[in-house]
Design a protein around this ligand. Structure first.
Ligand code: ZN
Length: 257
């Protein structure tokens, strides 16, 4: 069966080609290699690279647009697309473009160490998986592992410091809440084995366990636009609690394979 994707499909993770590719990797990992053929996957990867190069001309090797903005974060932008591309079988020149795109992101972060939500944005405000340091940190942690590169690891460590220092978010979920930010520490813990990261994840998780329900009912914390969902609500928090039982096996759901 040949999979035909619409020509005008965006490339980002939540609605676009990167999300499709992630789902292919998930099926091939959990059901069996070539459940989705590598030829089919390759055709979509080639499209992602081609459109990234077209838009990236000049400044950054790969760049993408979604709803008129050149996003950097995991949900709609570079961090999410690079994260998925690192799981693909890439040609040597494509690998170089992914690496150079990651360097571009690191070079152009805010002086605070946080990352803009989109190209040219000067608002150093969001520290979420979807927009800001947490999504980028997960991508850099993965890059440190895939490319055995200390520069990416160092940048991931610095992004994790930003997340810790900016503190607790007002929401509980994984997309833009405390649970999602906890996964950055867990990812660094898995990679480095340093217990300091586990303690930080545990601190966030214990806060949620002890206080979230009460603070939501008092209106101090926000219950989320979709209060029970995996990405925005207590579904994501419950997922984190399950993961904390065996921290070395944790994965940001629907993102880390
Ligand atoms: Zn979000």
């Amino acid at each position: 069966m040949q999979i035909e994707l619409p020509k005008d499909l965006p490339n980002e993770l939540l609605y676009g080609r990167a999300g499709f590719l992630w789902a292919c990797s998930f099926l091939n990992k959990n059901i069996g290699r070539e459940t989705i053929s590598l030829t089919q996957i390759r055709a979509v990867v080639a499209e992602v690279i081609k459109s990234g190069r077209k838009m990236g001309k000049g400044r950054c090797p790969l760049m993408y647009e979604w709803h008129g903005k050149r996003y950097w974060g995991a949900a709609h932008g570079l961090a999410g697309i690079m994260h998925v591309l690192m799981d693909m079988e890439l040609k040597a020149d494509e690998v170089e473009d992914v690496k150079a795109t990651l360097h571009y992101i690191i070079r152009n972060r805010f002086p605070s160490g946080n990352y803009p939500s989109s190209e040219g944005s000067e608002s150093d405000r969001l520290v979420h998986w979807c927009h800001g340091a947490p999504g980028v940190a997960l991508t850099l942690t993965k890059a440190a592992k895939v490319f055995s590169n200390d520069e990416y690891l160092q940048a991931a460590v610095e992004a994790a410091e930003v997340i810790w220092n900016r503190g607790l978010l007002k929401r509980v979920g994984i997309c833009h809440g405390v649970s999602g930010n906890s996964y950055v520490f867990l990812s660094l813990y898995r990679l480095t084995g340093k217990v300091g990261y586990l303690y930080k994840a545990k601190a966030f998780a214990c806060f949620l366990h002890a206080r979230a329900q009460a603070l939501i009912s008092e209106g101090v914390m926000h219950g989320g636009d979709r209060p029970y969902s995996l990405f925005e609500g207590i579904g994501g928090m419950a997922y984190l609690f399950f993961d904390m039982i065996d921290p070395m096996e944790t994965r940001f759901p629907a993102y880390e394979l």
